[in-house]
Design a protein. Structure first.
Length: 414
């Protein structure tokens, strides 16, 4: 037993001579607990901080696992608020400076080794590779990669899971082309309110990916079913506010099993019950409560004059990172930018690479899926108003500033 205040005062002079009652009035614990703290809560928090600082070795194992905490939180698209954001920020820092050996092998193959890892890298470059292992029916490969202590085995497993992801993308692309006609026919049959597609050539590992893509493309909830020998396996993704679990519950007697949450779900059923499922959906879809389709409204965090669009903004943006679910990247409205250059890019030339002149600085920018707007919304040489994210681009070992355009058009006449 010790007298705590003098010991705490040696490490933290500020609270040493203040009562728990006074410290409680200054505490921020209510941000995380949802209630006003008691004195015992303040003492517990203070004592935990004191012990962790004094006996830092106690935290070594916990700190070593933060890279997996960040990976899991981002891959599962959890909200990046409160302690989630703090844990992910620390985990990304550890992944950038001291990744565990298995992740290091994967980072090397994804050309991310040596880069400051951000949340976007996880979502685009790491979690799809790890998830592909499960989607392609070999989840143990990714687990062994993260746990292996044998360098040779890690290299072999890293190559293997990257290869699985390439196969998953090929399978997904083939299935995407396969379902387009059926998806449009189903959308018409359900008056634009639902899509159901099924086929023997759809791999069960990509049903969720396809359902999500269809829901985004057509603005309607979508279900994709892989028809296997003796059973069918499906995934559902929401749109327009439809609650997936409520939808699936109304087909409970048809399914052998189902589960999920408000945004996404999955189910199994016997193949000979597919026709019954189609009839049931035709009955219940008209009664679903759905949000009306509305024009997307961008939320702007700040309006900047062009002279404020400088590299110093990168430091401001970093303070609010990492970005993800419920913590979107900062969006800035900047008026009167000059479009100096327009280049089409991408496999189908649907994306744009721009150079925007802010007067004192010129910024490279990307504008995804906006090729069709060239000549109508704007053209090379125009003065434009733009809503942008400020960030960086990493290519061949070099990190350079870059804007991501969210919207861009000629100014509206006063």
């Amino acid at each position: 037993m010790i007298d705590v205040p003098p010991e705490v005062g040696k490490l933290f002079p500020s609270p040493a001579n203040r009562s728990l009652l006074r410290l409680r009035s200054e505490s921020r614990l209510s941000r995380y607990t949802g209630r006003e703290p008691e004195e015992i809560d303040v003492f517990q928090s203070l004592f935990t901080t004191f012990v962790s600082r004094k006996e830092s070795a106690l935290l070594d194992d916990l700190v070593a696992g933060l890279d997996l905490v960040a990976l899991g939180t981002l891959a599962d698209m959890m909200p990046l608020r409160d302690e989630n954001r703090i844990l992910v920020k620390q985990g990304l820092r550890r992944m950038s400076t001291a990744p565990r050996p298995g992740l290091r092998s994967l980072l090397e193959r994804q050309k991310l080794l040596g880069k400051t890892i951000v949340a976007r890298d996880i979502g685009w470059m790491l979690s799809p590779v790890i998830n592909a292992s499960g989607r392609m029916g070999e989840p143990d490969r990714a687990v062994r990669l993260l746990l292996s202590t044998d360098p040779r085995e890690r290299d072999e497993l890293a190559d293997y899971v990257v290869g699985l992801n390439l196969r998953r993308r090929e399978v997904g692309d083939q299935a995407w082309n396969l379902v387009q006609t059926q998806a449009r026919e189903s959308l018409d049959a359900h008056d634009g309110r639902f899509i159901l597609v099924h086929h023997e050539q759809i791999h069960r590992g990509v049903t969720g990916i396809l359902a999500g893509r269809l829901a985004r493309q057509f603005g309607a909830p979508a279900a994709v079913v892989s028809v296997l020998p003796g059973k069918a396996v499906g995934s559902v993704r929401t749109a327009r506010g439809v609650v997936v679990t409520e939808l699936l519950a109304r087909c409970d007697d048809i399914f052998a099993d189902w589960g999920g949450h408000d945004q996404a779900g999955g189910f199994h059923l016997a193949v000979d019950r597919m026709e019954l499922l189609e009839r049931r959906l035709l009955e219940i879809i008209p009664s679903l409560e759905m949000e009306e389709r509305v024009e997307r409204v961008l939320e702007v965090d700040a309006e900047l004059t062009p002279d404020l669009l400088t590299l110093r903004l990168l430091d401001v943006v970093k303070l609010f990172s990492p970005f993800g679910q419920e913590n979107p990247p900062l969006a800035f409205l900047v008026r009167s930018l000059r479009v100096l250059d327009v280049t089409f890019m991408g496999r189908d030339q649907s994306h744009l690479r721009l150079t925007l002149d802010a007067g004192n600085s010129k910024w490279p920018a990307v504008y995804w899926g906006a090729a069709g707007q060239v000549g109508s919304a704007f053209a090379k040489g125009d003065l434009v108003d733009a809503v942008v994210n400020v960030g960086t681009n990493y290519y061949q070992g070099n990190e350079t500033p870059q804007l991501t355009v969210l919207d861009l058009r000629r100014p509206t006449p006063a």
